[in-house]
Design a protein. Sequence first.
Length: 140
Amino acid sequence: MFELDSRLNNDCHFICDLPLSRALLLDNEQVPWIILVPRINNIKEAIDLSSEQQLQLHHESAFVSNLLRELFSPDKLNVAAIGNLVPQLHVHHIARFKTDPCWPAPVWGNIQPSAYTDKAAEALLLQLRSKLSRFTLSAN
């Protein structure tokens, strides 16, 4: 059974499960931030996935990137798999704006947590689930 790192579990809202990955919304309203976590235990690097899984992760990542562009029209997309603090493989997808609190610096260590209100989180999660269901349907 898949186990999500406790830090990701505590810092994120569950969006949905894609064919390979769990999609999460980081609980920080300052920048739209989706994290994909392949639902495979004990994986630290993308190269630890099979070739088929790597391709699937790439497709899911591209879909999420396009979704962020569609919904938020960011100035830049930041996509990264760092994992220094949380070793479980996870890929960050962040919509960046010239007006965000730490532009043009990286968000890591430069942006303060600011949780979504319950109402704002529910509305965004509903929208994200609706859009991400298109990927799930197109993958079948």
